[in-house]
Design a protein around this ligand. Structure first.
Ligand code: GLN
Ligand code: ZN
Length: 785
């Protein structure tokens, strides 16, 4: 019989039970035993759900109390000295100190850095290697969980991060910092792809391999002694462009793991293997897992390259998105592979199911048709099992299920919920003119200067002001129906009025309304757009206890009604200073959602762009003279392989330009980006042709500005002068120094003064003190520069 498995299952629980248990423990409201008991229950529940659905090999050690890469650091003994952790197994509080800097017991300490797990929205804790790093087993979690699963009578398939992926994702202590916890955004974001490349630059990491491999061997031997048959070793870096030295290291490493007494399933995912396949096919694994969704085009090539006596696990059920599988097509593919090639086939998820929500059955308020197009983790497990049945017993055996899947597909192809002729017509008519402002920047800049009458070095902020308890409470009451719409709107207006008055009092030059009315920078807009749907429980882990609930883009997108015009015009009516309109850009609206898979991303992005364009034009009509289109996620659209970046950047830039270009010359378009280095895409950023860009630069002491300087970035820039992630109030001097640095490289006429990012996570007292200092710094700088 064909074997079924998953590469991993979501950990948080269908109702985010893990999150609430973690947070209660951290707050001292519950005991360690309570947390561990809940964790045990979740693991067992998830294993049982999979086993009962027909999964043969259940993943073990995919569960984590915070992060599986941090778990791996403990397993391998990669524990930086600053945590002061005594020898032996690491305790739970020390584990949390490494993850988040503090725990109910133990000294507070700087946590490990966090960054994006490949191109997902999951964030892992970056292992820190010392040049003289030694390795030893410092955690029994893996072995305990194997015992636990076996105790339930299950076939446990432990999951490990592989040695080379572990090293690749690590950094040498003291080397340049990876990006930090990204608390200001609805979803934490980092700059994924590019950063992975940077981290890989430390070729020296490979020198640690001889010390690391024996520990992997010990681990495998222990697992063999526990009676484990198969171990899944994850090496997702095999989907990246790897230097030859790393490919050679694969050959060396896997030769060493051969005689361990367990069978090794080498798991690759998130993309094609491409030229790495030549090396991979020769490795001495017992089985190879491939991502047959993102690597669909390569499946035959892999079967042709891998020796006949191996297992190939075909990851046919997508772990990255929430669409129901095209079971008939999958079964046809599997049957063809089985008939044509000698290798034994397994059926699995494309990657871990960590990246999808738990159970669609909980969704009660989602449209019925839309629901019929979706599959979450529990449903995907069912799909894997049914495909096996079809493969082993023939399509007739699963006829009813195939027909149901066909019907869902057919309904997606034809549904009036999805397909809107006006949207398609508008896209078909999209022209170059739509994507260009009327005049070049210098002409626009003169018109804008005349209209806006700003001083040199104008001061502004990035958009949000503190989301206070009062704001959250009002929103919750409104959602629960305890507060009427009129009362809610009145409450938000009062917040906006307070925010505008405060900014006038501080002396800022270009004001914002403060975003009080927004729960989240994507969801707020998505609610006004056709084509987006919202789940009730579609949570996905972002990091630690933080989950995001991305909206679902299922259909053609258009704006139903103006989204921000009333708020912005109200805010403008309260002041003579220019009020900046505030929108989320097309790429960010796309990347922080689950996206439809029935048309190219570029098309979906352009649809969003046109919807935003309508808003931009309406804001202009309402008298708003400056409009900011945020694109913090611009780098998240980049594929894992650099060779594929340019086509993606092309449509991303076009989408932004379409959203921004419906206005007259004297309307000023701003954009904002954060958490990224822009060196490798600076030409695309310039191509956005925003009149003003604000970026995060303060934590790098303006180093992030270098890319703009080297490129001779032609338009205006607001390099962030203070870090909004910290409650510390920046001093006037500090900001003056930073701006002097910026002014050495960029003409003052093109510089703005602003914080790094939005202020929504801060409290009013810090915000007031910081912004007053910022305005003082600006006034001083105007006399000095
Ligand atoms: N305008 C948004 C804010 O200020 C921008 C957020 C972001 O960059 N992530 O909150
Ligand atoms: Zn930002």
């Amino acid at each position: 019989m064909t074997i079924t498995h998953t590469l991993g299952f979501p950990r948080v629980g269908a109702r985010r039970e893990l999150k609430f248990a973690q947070e209660a423990y951290w707050k001292g409201e519950s005991s360690q035993e309570t947390l561990l008991q809940l964790a045990r229950e979740l693991r067992q529940r998830h294993w049982q759900q999979q086993a009962q659905a027909g999964i043969d090999l259940v993943p073990v050690n995919d569960f984590s109390l915070y992060d599986h890469v941090l778990d791996t650091s403990l397993l391998l003994g990669v524990i930086p000295e600053r945590f002061g952790i005594a020898d032996g197994y690491v305790g739970l509080d020390d584990y949390f100190r490494m993850a988040r800097g503090r725990a109910p017991s133990g000294e507070p300490v700087a946590a490990q850095e966090m960054t994006k797990w490949f191109d997902t929205n999951y964030h892992y804790l970056v292992p820190e290697l010392a040049p003289d790093q030694t390795f030893s087993i410092r955690s029994s979690k893996l072995f305990d969980e194997v015992d636990e699963a076996q105790g339930l009578g299950l076939r446990a398939k432990p999951v490990l991060v592989g040695p080379l992926t572990f090293l690749w994702l690590s950094k040498f202590r003291g080397s340049q910092d990876a990006h930090d916890h990204a608390d200001c955004c609805g979803a934490a974001n980092g700059c994924g792809a590019a950063q992975l490349q940077d981290l890989a630059q430390d070729e020296g990491k490979l020198q640690l391999l001889p010390a690391l491999l024996p520990v992997y061997n010990q681990i495998l031997a222990k697992l063999a002694a526990q009676g484990v048959e198969w171990v899944q070793i994850d090496e997702p870096i095999l989907s990246l462009e790897l230097p030859q030295s790393w490919l050679d290291a694969f050959t060396r490493s896997y030769a060493g793991l051969e005689k361990s007494g367990v069978k090794v399933l080498l798991a690759t995912y998130f993309g094609e293997l491409q030229s790495n396949l030549a090396v991979v096919a020769k490795l001495p694994f017992d089985g190879l897992h491939i991502d047959a969704v993102r690597g669909a085009a390569e499946v035959d090539v892999v079967f042709q390259a891998v020796p006949a006596d191996r297992v190939i696990s075909v990851g046919i059920v997508e772990g990255r998105n929430i669409w129901r599988n095209d079971l008939r097509a999958s079964l046809t593919l599997l049957a063809r592979l089985q008939a044509r090639y000698p290798q034994q086939i397994w059926i699995g998820s494309s990657c871990s199911l960590l990246h999808v929500p738990v159970d669609l059955a909980q969704e009660q308020s989602l449209d019925e048709d839309i629901t019929s197009w979706l599959a979450f983790a529990v449903q995907k497990v069912g799909e894997i099992a049914v495909l096996r049945l079809g493969l082993d017993k023939g399509a007739e055996a699963i006829d009813a299920v195939l027909s149901a899947a066909d019907a869902a597909r057919h309904s997606r192809k034809t549904s009036a919920l999805i397909h809107r002729a006006d949207v398609k017509a508008r896209l078909a008519a999209s022209s170059e003119a739509d994507a260009s402002r009327h005049q070049p920047y210098d002409v626009r800049a003169r018109a804008q200067a005349k209209r806006l009458q700003l001083p040199v070095l104008p001061t502004t902020t990035i958009g949000s002001f503190p989301q206070t308890q009062a704001i959250r409470k009002a929103r919750l009451a409104f959602r629960k129906g305890e507060l009427s719409e009129a009362d809610y709107n009145a409450a938000m207006k009062a917040e906006i009025a307070g925010c505008v008055a405060a900014q006038e009092d501080y002396g800022l030059d270009m004001l914002v309304h403060g975003e009080a009315e927004r729960n989240d920078m994507v969801e707020y807009f998505a609610e006004f757009l056709d084509g987006y749907a919202f789940t009730s429980y579609g949570w996905v882990q972002s990091y630690g206890s933080r989950c995001v609930k991305p909206p679902v883009i299922f259909g053609d997108i258009r704006r139903r009604v103006p989204m921000t015009v009333a708020w912005s015009t109200y805010a403008q009516s309260l002041t003579d200073k220019p009020m900046k309109g505030m929108l989320t850009g097309p790429v960010t609206m796309l990347k922080w959602a689950f996206v439809r898979d029935d048309q190219p991303l570029s098309e979906t992005c352009l649809q969003i762009a046109y919807a935003l364009r309508d808003e931009v034009v309406d804001l202009e009509k309402a008298g708003i003279a400056a409009i900011q289109i945020d694109e913090p996620a611009i780098k998240e659209c980049l594929p894992l392989r650099k060779a594929e970046w340019s086509s993606c950047l092309q449509w991303a830039v076009r989408a932004f330009r379409i959203s921004a270009s419906g206005v007259q010359d004297d309307t000023q378009i701003h954009t904002h980006m954060c958490y990224s280095e822009f060196n490798d895409i600076i030409d695309s950023i310039a191509a956005l042709d925003a009149d003003v860009i604000t970026i995060e630069t303060s934590r790098s002491a303006m180093e992030l500005l270098d890319a703009f300087v080297d490129f001779r970035y032609p338009n205006e820039i607001g390099p962030g002068v203070y870090d909004i992630h910290s409650p510390n109030v920046p001093s006037v001097e500090q900001m003056v120094v930073l701006m002097h640095k910026a002014a050495e490289q960029i003409p003052v006429q093109r510089l703005w003064i602003n914080p790094d990012c939005g202020l929504k996570t801060r409290g009013w007292p810090e915000v007031e003190a910081s912004l007053r200092n910022m305005v003082t710094a600006a006034r001083q700088l105007r006399t000095e520069l």
